[in-house]
Design a protein around this ligand. Structure first.
Ligand SMILES: Cc1cc2nc3c(=O)[nH]c(=O)nc-3n(C[C@H](O)[C@H](O)[C@H](O)COP(=O)(O)O)c2cc1C
Length: 376
């Protein structure tokens, strides 16, 4: 436990009692019950304001703290305000597809209890844009809500799907994410290739102009990219003035250390085994973009130390999902308290000062994984 972490508020840890009950259910049933509890206001709220050291401004938005809920938890925008009340600094609704679609057959979410991980092959189950836009339009806007956009599985024009999502969601979202990295929609990750990504980004930027609202536009990439793909994405993001990159989605890799029998299920792996890989790709993207584009670090965050490592590697914001399934909402307060203590311990006056600190403190820190170093 980091020093001084006890002075920041905690959500009472009722999840200790709720988790055995929820985990006795199939994962998707448990998830549906959780969404209903949140919608009914049963989940509680953070008691005290965030420590000022965690606040920062990005894209003209004030983030009270850098910890957000990752996409996939609230796919249809049913509970953004309840999620924010838990203490997250922001939340990301989606992935929303233009038309409603059921996703893949069940079972399609698996707990890897011994590994602190999940595997999902949901395949963009979505209530569709109309429903999500109606819900988001009905809320009193208070707190930062991003909208993560996808394409329909059977669509023959991916670019048109994303452009439609941008036009419809831009008026209601604080930021938008073009999700081209889910492993569960055939062909989706091909949109990360240089020519395809360039065409897609150009089209969604045009759609944003048509929407009349210059909402920040981010792309979400996979943690499974090789060196050239990383370099291409960084180059396009810089050339086309993409506002941010989310790194990253679930992985199709199966690290050999996985112990759970469910490890061989098809789909995207999230949680603890994803941390090292996704943080290494994050660090590489920070280097490749020269720290000029805000990055969102996501993958395996389950503690204050994990969040701090993402920030030092180059993340301006951090998201989590799987950690919440294992530890419950008390984790949010623990991470914020611990992160504030770690920042103070290392002499930072604000979280923004720590972003990318690892790249400055050790010139000799080698490229962690895959990507060639950027030439500033
Ligand atoms: C059950 C589940 C569903 C997900 N659905 C989406 C999704 O719809 N869109 C998306 O961009 N990411 C989705 N993700 C990926 C997460 O947003 C996140 O990138 C990934 O899980 C890594 O973070 P974590 O290790 O903290 O879970 C999903 C993850 C899980 C576990």
């Amino acid at each position: 436990m980091p020093p001084n972490s006890s002075c920041v508020d905690r959500v009472p840890d009722l999840y200790r009692f709720a988790r055995p009950l929820l985990w006795a259910l199939p994962p998707e049933r448990a998830h549906e019950l959780t969404l209903r509890a949140l919608a009914a206001g049963f989940a509680g709220a953070a008691a005290a304001p965030d420590p000022p050291i965690l606040a920062q401004s990005l894209w003209g938005l004030h983030f009270p703290n850098p910890l957000g809920l990752a996409a996939g938890f609230d796919k249809d925008g049913r509970v953004p305000d309840a999620v924010l009340r838990l203490g997250f600094g922001f939340t990301e609704v989606g992935t929303v597809t233009p038309l409603p679609q059921p996703g893949n057959p069940r079972p399609r979410v698996f707990r890897l209890a011994a590994d602190g991980a999940l595997i999902n092959r949901l395949g963009f189950n979505s209530g569709g844009l109309d429903a999500a836009v109606a819900r988001l339009g009905a809320r009193r806007r208070n707190g930062i809500v991003g909208v993560n956009l996808g394409k329909n599985r059977d669509s023959t024009d991916a670019v048109a799907d994303y452009a439609l999502g941008v036009r419809r969601a831009a008026p209601l979202a604080d930021y938008l994410v073009i999700n081209i990295s889910s492993p569960n929609t055939p062909g989706l990750r091909d949109l990360q290739a240089r020519a395809a990504l360039d065409a897609l980004v150009t089209a969604v930027m045009a759609a944003r102009r048509q929407s009349g609202r210059l909402v920040p536009l981010l792309v979400k990439i996979a943690p499974d990219l090789g060196p050239e793909e990383c370099a291409d994405i960084a180059a396009i993001a810089k050339d086309r003035e993409v506002d941010g990159i989310v790194i990253g989605n679930t992985t199709t890799a199966r690290p050999p250390e996985l112990k759970s029998p469910e490890a061989q299920e098809a789909g995207g792996l999230s949680g603890r085994p994803l941390f090292a890989r996704s943080t290494a790709v994050l660090a590489d993207l920070y280097r490749l973009t020269g720290g000029t584009i805000p990055l969102v670090g996501v993958g395996g965050v389950a503690s204050a130390e994990d969040a701090y490592a993402k920030i030092r590697a180059g993340a301006s914001l951090v998201q989590l999902y799987t950690g919440l399934v294992f530890a419950g909402p008390a984790l949010i307060g623990r991470i914020k308290a611990g992160l504030a203590a770690l920042l103070r311990r290392d002499g930072f006056a604000s979280v923004g000062e720590a972003v990318g600190a690892d790249h400055r403190s050790s010139a000799s820190r080698a490229c962690a994984t895959t990507c060639p170093a950027a030439q500033p």
